[in-house]
Design a protein around this ligand. Structure first.
Ligand SMILES: *Cc1c(COP(=O)(O)O)cnc(C)c1O
Length: 402
């Protein structure tokens, strides 16, 4: 074994040394934690702390970073959605906190635009139901209107959930400001799932009463979620620690690392990061654009995050492979390269430059070029359909752990 391999924990655990060009994915370990987050976790792990005091300190850091009145660290953004909705149902009533998920006698409806009913490995509507609430969809997938939202809000409505994400429909939806205005006119708080968004202040400024972020995505923290916003709602979310939140407990290490990651984010030289990522994208465009049957375009993030990605479109006739077979070949090879595969069946995939260790951009370029050359040499016309590929994934899941 080489020195590098010996120090790579993945080799010791018998895991494949995957290179992640797909983005901040739970299935690949979320993100590369920043040194500040790792140091904070290591420093606090051997110490006793009064955990609610630590939560109080985290609240101040979150409030400063987001412009919200208070903040609370949860186990994940998904847990934050469940607990924020539970908080909107119970308020600061501990008897109600203990009664959930039985919502008898509480407001128990949550409105959400149909085009926002997405998933992130699990369905967002289940995160709502987990609190004991019912999901009330608004409009249809590609068309939602103010009167439809207003018409579904009644005396049972506990909260309104709004999602900003590349995973939602991007046209025909109500903008957050309009959505919030309709909800506020009827006294309903707006909880915004912003798990992957980099803008820490804008959504609260636009009308979100609660903003939810993942600490382990762009911030590079340990696995955790961040709840920020109106103090009464954040407090009610925190109080779920004595109820359904107990099963979604966050440890001292994740609270301390979330504080450190937020502070590091404020200090980070974002322009330098952007320039480095642009260098990776330019390298890939130069390498792939002359190759037969593929097209390489640099595209902006669909929700306006300050990140560009490479879109690699594959013409099966000329490339001798499909986008999904190429993705599988990259994942199966040495080292495995995992691309962003949400839209494979449309004939392209994306490559995200934000989670690479220095030097991996060149390895990725070599691997993609080599797989394309091999595919063209094989020119194998027998390929699986994208539907077969998806089925195969679920079959494997059901065989875990073997
Ligand atoms: C990633 C993501 C989540 C889940 O975040 P976790 O912190 O991993 O639970 C929720 N919503 C959206 C839009 C996401 O992108």
């Amino acid at each position: 074994m080489s020195e590098k391999k010996k120090t790579d924990i993945r080799a010791r655990l018998g895991l494949r040394p995957v290179i992640n060009v797909s983005g901040t994915m739970t299935a690949l370990g979320a993100s590369i934690a920043v040194p500040e987050a790792i140091e904070a976790a290591m420093a606090i792990l051997p110490q006793w702390v009064e955990i609610n005091d630590l939560h109080r300190k985290a609240s101040a850091v979150i409030a400063k970073a987001t412009g919200g009145e208070a903040g609370f660290v949860t186990a994940s953004a998904s847990a934050a959605i469940t607990l924020a909705i539970a908080g909107a149902m119970t308020g600061a009533d501990l008897a109600k906190v203990e009664q959930l998920p039985d919502a008898t006698g509480m407001k128990d409806e949550v409105v959400i635009l149909m085009g926002h009913m997405t998933g992130y490995g699990a369905a967002i509507e289940q995160a709502v139901r987990l609190a004991g609430a019912k999901v009330i969809p608004i409009g249809n997938v590609t068309d939602a209107r103010e009167y439809q939202l207003a018409g579904k809000i009644n005396e049972r409505t506990a909260a309104a959930l709004y999602v900003v994400s590349h995973h939602v429909v991007h046209y025909g939806q109500l903008p957050l400001a309009e959505f919030a205005r309709v909800c506020h006119e009827k006294g309903v708080p707006v909880i915004a799932d912003l798990a992957s968004e980099c803008d820490l202040k804008g959504f609260i400024a636009e009308g979100a009463d609660i903003a939810i972020y993942s600490a382990h995505k762009f911030l590079g923290g340990l696995t955790a979620g961040i709840v920020a916003g109106r103090k009464d709602l954040v407090r009610a979310t925190f109080l779920q620690n004595s109820g359904i939140g107990r099963g979604m407990k966050v440890g001292k290490e994740a609270i301390a690392s979330t504080m450190a990651a937020l502070q590091a984010w404020e200090r980070r030289d974002h322009d330098a990061v952007r320039r480095k990522e642009r260098g990776y994208l330019d390298l890939w465009v130069e390498r792939f654009s002359g190759m037969p049957g593929v097209r390489a375009d640099i595209i902006p993030d669909p929700t306006g995050n300050p990140i560009d990605r490479l879109k690699l479109s594959v013409d099966p006739e000329r490339a001798g492979t499909t986008a999904w077979d190429l993705a599988d070949a990259l994942a199966a090879g040495d080292p495995p390269v995992i691309i962003r595969d949400h839209e494979l069946e449309l004939g392209f995939f994306e490559m995200d430059p934000c989670n690479l260790h220095p030097g991996e951009e060149a390895i990725v370029a070599d691997r993609v070029a080599a797989e394309l050359e091999a595919a063209r040499a094989r020119n194998d016309k027998e390929t699986r359909s994208p539907a077969d590929r998806r089925r195969g994934r679920f079959d494997r899941l059901l065989q875990w752990p073997d």
